[in-house]
Every structure is written in structure tokens, then in C-alpha cells.
Write a protein that binds this ligand. Structure first.
Ligand code: NIG
Ligand code: FE
Length: 432
């Protein structure tokens, strides 16, 4: 039999998980299904997946330029991280110590953001872009091959535009999708007149639209009202931008409902979004993005020892959130929400581990939520997020043989090799 030529044939994987599914993501209960191929192989040509299947079968069909031994390891699609705040300056580790110990003053979510804003405004382009480059390298080594990156630590027109231009100029193996988040929280100068700040956010939209694919609005008690977010969102839509919403993280501000009304790509956090609004999101095709690393880092489920007593944790209901969003019929995805305050982690592996531990999710749904569903929320479900013939060959070879082990074995980096568009960029956890 004449064999077909391919560039790369990855063989002898203990498991290949394709995370295949519809381009719009796996909605509701369908997310709970994963079908590993044992003794699997992946064929790649011109940077794209050609076939996924059994090693013996693919060896008999394809003649590769390069045969890559997966050595009994797990093979998966690259991880997709659909919500991050990549560009910022400074570190807020001091606030966190105050929070965990209960000693000293914790700056609180909004107060803390203002500190990052001051440092970011003062930082040079070089400082910002150097840090972003290092962070992206670290994300790649931990398996992320696509990332959404928001502004939101400028909160004045000059800095917001600068952050967008810098984000847009990034050239990295990780595909970076820029989002304009001028409406993150009202800046200190506008706390008394948030409508005036909203006008500034809107005023910058035509410029922002040149560099961003999405506009995000924070519809939350610490951010903006749903009327303010609607105004921004409608202008953004007119300019051709997609919509993302930071919704209801610190209270129900009707953020999930607004996201559905605007036909947003996603409503993120949704901690306080009621069931009927999650159902409206599902009907509108608005995905829910969840952040177990935020729940972890903000100690949302941990009682605080105070005056010899244990104070009740602020969000004891978080273990039910994932189940509620899935049952409402939403496409649900996971993400780091990488930022200097509520989630200083670059690792989707950490997020996946915390998703099981804190959100009571099983291995199958965690994998789908970190690959295909995450790509779908970025409008990339047709070309990324799964090992499906025709999609870009973003592939991870793991140090462990089974997909559940990536989630079970927390605390170390389990990525061995990373392929981006069929090229090996990480070799034994180091840049190739
Ligand atoms: O989780 N409005 C939301 N706030 C951020 C928190 C960022 C920070 O603490 O700096 C978020 O996306
Ligand atoms: Fe965020």
C-alpha cells in the first residue's frame, strides 16, 4: 500500500485525547464526555492535524519526515486560556499576606487594582513588554498555546491605548488575542463621576478597535452598572468588536443578563449570577468562564481565624457554581484570569487542578473546558482547541500517561514537549 507523506507522526502515546466537538463548544452535559484513544498517534502536515488514531493504523497509512516517540505519554491539544490581564507592572504580594494572616490592612479587590494602575501608568513600554514576554514563555512551558489578554490597568486613555498597542505588537509562539478593558473599575480620579469615565472609555473605542478584537466591560458592584456597560457594549458592537463581560463577581449587577442581551462571547466569573440569567446566557450563545484560581487565591471558601473564632468564608457556595452553569446549558470554560491581584498564576495546569478540588469537576469536563470550550469562547473553536483534522497542530506531550494524572498530580509542571503549528517549540520543558 502506498503511504501518504506527512511532516510529523507522533506515535506510541498511552492516550491521545482529541477534545473534539462542535466549533461553538460543548454545551451543558455534553462537556462531561471524553474519549481517549489508547496507544494513540497524531499525523501532521503543513502545520495542521491530518489524522488522529491508533498508532499501528496511522503507521501503516503515513510516511513521516519526522517520527516522534511519545514514549507512553499522554498527548493532548494545547491549552487555551481565554481570560488574562497580561500587561501590568508591580506586585501585590504584600496585600495577600495581610489577607491570609488577617494582620494589617488588605487593600481589597478594588483598592488593590488602583495600586497596579499607578505602577502600570508609570512603567515604560520596555518594562511592560519584557515582563509580558517572560510571562508568555512561562505559560507556554506550562502548556498554553492561545491566550486572551486584556488591558485594564491603565484606566486613562493614553495608558489604555499604549497597553493595547503593546498587546497587539506581541510576537510569540502563543497566539495572543487582545481585548480592550477600559471599563475594568472606575479610576480613582473618577470615583465621584463614573459616567464621565464611561464617556472616556467610549471615546477611545474607535482607536481601540484598531488594536483589539474584543471589548470587555466589568458589570459588577466594584465596576460599572449594567446601564453603563450596555452603553459601552453597544458602541463597541457598532465598531465590530466582540463583547466579553466581567460579570457579577462581587455581587449580582445583572452582568450575566447584560452579556446575554448583548450577545457577548462570554460572561466571566458569574459568581452571583442567578440561574435564570445563566439560562438566558445559554440561549444567547454566551459562554461562562470560571476561575478556580481566583476562588483559591482570594480564600473565598476558607474561614478566617479572627479574635479566636472562625469567621464564615465569604463564598461557601462556589463548589456549586460549575454544576449550575453546566446545568443551565452554557458552554463553560476555565481560565487563569492571570492578574497581579486575584490570580497571580500563569498555569492552566494549576487552574485544572483547582477546578477539580474547589469546583468539584471531573477530569473529562476539566479537559474540555480548558481546550475546545476555551477556544470556542474566543471564536476559535473551528481552528483550535482540539486535535481534529484540519485544525492547527498545537500539541502537548505530557510527562504522565493518563489525562486524569495531569489534574491529580498538583504542584509541578507536567508538560514535556509542546508543538505549535506542527513545530516543536518546547523540548523536555525547555525552549527547543
Ligand atoms: O478578577 N473586576 C475584576 N477584577 C479583576 C481583579 C484584578 C485585580 O485584583 O487586580 C479580575 O479580573
Ligand atoms: Fe479578569
Amino acid at each position: 500500500m502506498n503511504k501518504e507523506h506527512v511532516d510529523l507522526l507522533i506515535t506510541d502515546a498511552a492516550e491521545v485525547i482529541s477534545c473534539d466537538g462542535p466549533a461553538e463548544g460543548l454545551a451543558g452535559d455534553t462537556v462531561r464526555h471524553l474519549d481517549p484513544i489508547f496507544n494513540g498517534a497524531v499525523a501532521v502536515r503543513d502545520g495542521k492535524i491530518v489524522a488522529v488514531g491508533d498508532t499501528t493504523e496511522l503507521k501503516s497509512r503515513y510516511y513521516p519526515k519526522r517520527n516522534f516517540q511519545a514514549d507512553g505519554c499522554l498527548v493532548s491539544p494545547g491549552l487555551v486560556d481565554p481570560h488574562s490581564h497580561l500587561l501590568y507592572a508591580g506586585s501585590r504580594h504584600d496585600e495577600w499576606e495581610a489577607k491570609v494572616t488577617g494582620r494589617g490592612i488588605d487593600a481589597g479587590l478594588q483598592g488593590g487594582i488602583h495600586r497596579s494602575v499607578a505602577w502600570t501608568r508609570a512603567a515604560t513600554d520596555e518594562v511592560l513588554i519584557t515582563q509580558a514576554g517572560r510571562d508568555l514563555d512561562e505559560m507556554l512551558i506550562h502548556g498554553t498555546t492561545m491566550l486572551e489578554a486584556k488591558t485594564g490597568y491603565g484606566l486613562d486613555q493614553d495608558t489604555e491605548l499604549r497597553l493595547l498597542q503593546l498587546t497587539n505588537s506581541i510576537d510569540h509562539f502563543i497566539t495572543v488575542i487582545p481585548t480592550y478593558l477600559g471599563a475594568h473599575v472606575p479610576p480613582k480620579e473618577y470615583l465621584q463621576d463614573t459616567d464621565a469615565y464611561v464617556e472616556m472609555v467610549i471615546d477611545l473605542l474607535p482607536q481601540a478597535a484598531k488594536f483589539a478584537e474584543y471589548c470587555d466591560v466589568c458589570c459588577d458592584p466594584i465596576g460599572f452598572s449594567s446601564d453603563q456597560c450596555r452603553r459601552i457594549g453597544k458602541c463597541a458592537i457598532e465598531l465590530g468588536l466582540g463583547i466579553r463581560v466581567h460579570a457579577d463577581q462581587t455581587g449580582n449587577a445583572n452582568g450575566g443578563l447584560l452579556a446575554a442581551e448583548l450577545g457577548a462571547a462570554s460572561a466571566d466569573h458569574v459568581d452571583y449570577t442567578p440561574d435564570e440569567d445563566l439560562i438566558a446566557m445559554a440561549a444567547a450563545g454566551t459562554a461562562a468562564i470560571l476561575f478556580p484560581s481566583v476562588t483559591h487565591h482570594l480564600l473565598e471558601m476558607i474561614p478566617l481565624p479572627k479574635y479566636g473564632e472562625l469567621e464564615a468564608p465569604p463564598k461557601p457556595f462556589m463548589p456549586q457554581l460549575a454544576e449550575r452553569t453546566i446545568n443551565s446549558g452554557c458552554v463553560v470554560a476555565l481560565s487563569t484570569d492571570y492578574n497581579p491581584g486575584s490570580s497571580p498564576t500563569l498555569s492552566m495546569q494549576t487552574v485544572m487542578q483547582l477546578a477539580a478540588r474547589l469546583f468539584r469537576l471531573g477530569y473529562a469536563e476539566i479537559w474540555n473546558m480548558s481546550t475546545l470550550n476555551a477556544a470556542a469562547t474566543l471564536g476559535r473553536g473551528h481552528e483550535r482547541g482540539s486535535l481534529t483534522p484540519g485544525k492547527r497542530a498545537d500539541i502537548i506531550i505530557w510527562r504522565v500517561p493518563e489525562h486524569g494524572m495531569v489534574i491529580h498530580r498538583f504542584g509541578t509542571n507536567l508538560v514535556r514537549d509542546v508543538f505549535v503549528a506542527g513545530e516543536q517549540v518546547i523540548d523536555q520543558a525547555r525552549f527547543a
